[in-house]
Write a protein that binds this ligand. Structure first.
Ligand SMILES: [Zn+2]
Ligand SMILES: [Zn+2]
Length: 306
């Protein structure tokens, strides 16, 4: 599993920061979380192909989070994309996709499928699921929660108690299939234990600190709005954003494993001030930077730059 920060800026881009977009790369599939202006150029810099993007989640309809859609769709069309593209977003996303189709000077020969999301909306795939939960911003805005599905643990003791010896039937049971062993029907429920822990990534999008997503944060990689430093907490409140310290408080309170600060205001040329402020509360904090790449390996992460 790899996360690439394609853009990390707040409302206004800077020389070093593009408008927001985060690429999740999982088993060859690319999922974009937000698609700010300039995302496709950042993808070129990150050496990832727009053709491998299968799903785009737009967290809310402030321009800095979705204006990159139009150019990206045009390029996909130009390159002859054929596979469908799902675009998830709040109310209004269907109209935006219609406009993208109307404006296009190229024929779009692939299916563009807009899907309206709501609080608790879930996309279920074989190996992962993605949940959208409402947060606390000035307009309808959703956080995006990615959860890897690892399946249930195989309980060796239960299997032994049933007289089951190791063999290919273990795999079948793990996959949820029933088997007949020595004339006895064995169902997966008889030998499987609790759910194995997979990777969980929580991207808050733009929000004040909120407990609406508290249940998802334990052991997660939390990517949290940190538009301001804590001296500007009143401004953060009025504008429905968070400070770096508030993001760290959320990470600490709900037991995140790592915290990445994102959506940084253009006033901060150097983000060390935000990083330090947050680290005083929550040690495993990093300020996300454009083209920062996180490889997730079991319980560890490796941070690199492309
Ligand atoms: Zn924003
Ligand atoms: Zn916003």
């Amino acid at each position: 599993m790899r996360i690439i920060f394609l853009g990390t800026s707040g409302a206004v881009p800077t020389k070093d920061r593009n408008h927001i977009s985060i690429a999740l790369i999982y088993e060859g599939e690319i999922i974009l979380l937000d698609c700010g202006e300039g995302t496709q150029r950042q993808m070129v810099r990150a050496k990832i192909s727009p053709m491998k993007v299968s799903k785009i989640f737009i967290t809310h309809l402030h321009g800095d989070h979705f204006l990159g859609l139009f150019g990206l769709i045009q390029s996909m069309s130009f390159f002859g994309r054929e596979s469908p593209l799902y675009i998830y977003g709040p109310k209004g996303i269907i109209r935006i996709v219609e406009i993208a189709k109307e404006l296009s000077v190229y024929d779009i020969d692939f299916d563009l499928i807009p899907v309206e999301i709501s609080d608790g909306f879930t996309v279920e795939e074989k190996n992962y699921k993605i949940i959208t939960r409402l947060v606390d911003h000035s307009i309808e805005t959703y956080s995006i929660i990615f959860e890897e599905k690892k399946g249930k643990k195989f309980d060796i003791e239960k299997a032994a108690a049933l007289g089951l010896k190791p063999g290919p039937w273990f795999k079948a049971l793990k996959e949820g299939k029933c088997i007949v062993y020595n004339g006895k029907l064995i169902t997966p429920e008889m030998v499987l234990g609790e759910e194995k822990k997979g990777i969980r990534i929580v991207y808050t999008s733009d929000t004040r600190p909120t407990d609406r997503i508290a249940n998802y944060i334990r052991d997660s990689i939390l990517i949290h709005d940190a538009t301001f430093d804590d001296n500007l907490r009143n401004e953060a409140y009025v504008k429905y954003h968070s400070t770096a310290k508030q993001a760290a408080n959320v990470a600490k309170k709900y037991g995140a494993k790592y915290l990445f600060l994102i959506h940084v205001s253009s006033r901060y040329k150097d983000v060390t001030v935000l990083e330090n402020e947050a680290r005083n509360v929550f040690k495993n904090t990093y300020a996300a930077k454009d083209l920062m790449c996180i490889d997730i390996k079991k319980d560890n992460i490796i941070i690199n730059y492309i």
